[in-house]
Design a protein. Structure first.
Length: 337
């Protein structure tokens, strides 16, 4: 009996530890946007952390959403730090995928571009009233009620809201922007309605075009009988044209001359008009460089993480590089072990 109680206690402590390290994020907002965030999470219920029967951490699926535009890129659990580094951005109704060199560094099995109509769940919202920006944290959701944390992909979308949307607390305005990229399963999205209308037109065929009836063909003119001209008519006829002179250049000769002139003119262009070589890119990591510049020089880091609002790249036996606001602020050489 004591052994069973001790085993249950160990299992409970293990479950609490696993819940503590789950990648689920807490919904955050400025103090003025907190009421809006509460209403938002009631409409889009967040996937909640849970523990499987075998002790594996998982998410419980809540509101299931369908992707409406291509451009959302997700990363597996081993590359979850790229979720915040490589968000897709909704600007002017267009979803822009991440284009950083670092964001395309993981192998294809570690990243996924979510197709249209792919199922996703929201794990967290973040609202910034100062910038009128909404950040949506997503995971890929299948048909099951639970999703293991090591068997899904993590993505983030930054939505630029109309100015003042968060200050006024307009839930309708925020929902309108979200509907451009995510809609609840079973709802009719504007894009889906447009596609259905297009398919209906294609199935029924194009509208008939009313053309004017063709004009009747003219009656064939009667051919006069071929009779030789009279002597008087022959005198009034103009003399025949003289034959072409053998010295006149033919069309093919003229084309050859033109080609020769063109080749000569092209060869006569001085080499000074050639474009100069582009300046060589820096090959040394330095303070102030961007994430893309560092990734172009050193490649993708073996370890990437976020601590205290700073992005940290680890290149084993080479460098530890710290970024703040997208710029290098610290470079620590790592000694060989």
């Amino acid at each position: 009996m004591r052994r069973n109680q001790a085993g249950d206690r160990i299992l409970a402590l293990t479950a609490m530890a696993l819940l503590a390290v789950l990648p689920a994020k807490q919904a955050m907002a400025d103090s003025g946007s907190a009421p809006l965030l509460a209403r938002l999470t009631r409409v889009y219920r967040l996937a909640s952390p849970a523990i499987e029967t075998d002790g594996s951490p998982a998410f419980v699926r809540r509101t299931l959403l369908l992707v409406q535009q291509t451009g959302v890129v997700g990363y597996d659990h081993a590359n979850i730090a790229l979720e915040e580094i490589c968000p897709a951005r909704l600007e002017a109704d267009q979803l822009i995928p991440p284009r950083s060199v670092l964001c395309s560094a993981p192998v294809s099995q570690s990243r996924k571009v979510f197709p249209v109509a792919d199922r996703v769940c929201v794990t967290a919202f973040r609202l910034s009233e100062a910038t009128d920006r909404l950040s949506i944290y997503l995971i890929e959701c299948g048909a099951g009620a639970r999703i293991r944390t090591d068997q899904t992909f993590y993505a983030m979308i930054d939505v630029q809201l109309p100015k003042g949307s968060l200050e006024t607390g307009s839930l309708a305005a925020v929902q309108s922007e979200i509907a451009k990229i995510l809609v609840p399963e079973g709802s009719t999205a504007p894009r889906q309605a447009d596609e259905a209308k297009s398919e209906t037109v294609s199935a029924s065929g194009p509208e008939p075009v009313h053309e004017a009836p063709p004009l009747p063909a003219p009656a064939p003119a009667s051919q006069p009988a071929s009779t030789p001209p009279s002597p008087a008519e022959q005198e009034r006829m103009p003399p025949p044209l003289p034959p072409l002179s053998a010295s006149a250049p033919s069309a093919s000769d003229q084309g050859t001359d033109q080609k020769t002139d063109t080749a000569t003119d092209t060869a006569a262009i001085p080499a000074a008009n050639a474009l100069p070589d582009q300046a060589a890119q820096p090959r040394t990591v330095a303070l102030g460089q961007t994430v893309d510049q560092v990734a172009a020089i050193l490649g993708a880091p073996s370890i990437a993480g976020i601590a205290g609002g700073k992005l940290i790249f680890i290149y084993p036996q080479r460098f530890r590089i710290v970024f703040l606001n997208g710029k290098v602020i610290e470079i620590d050489p790592l000694k060989n072990s």
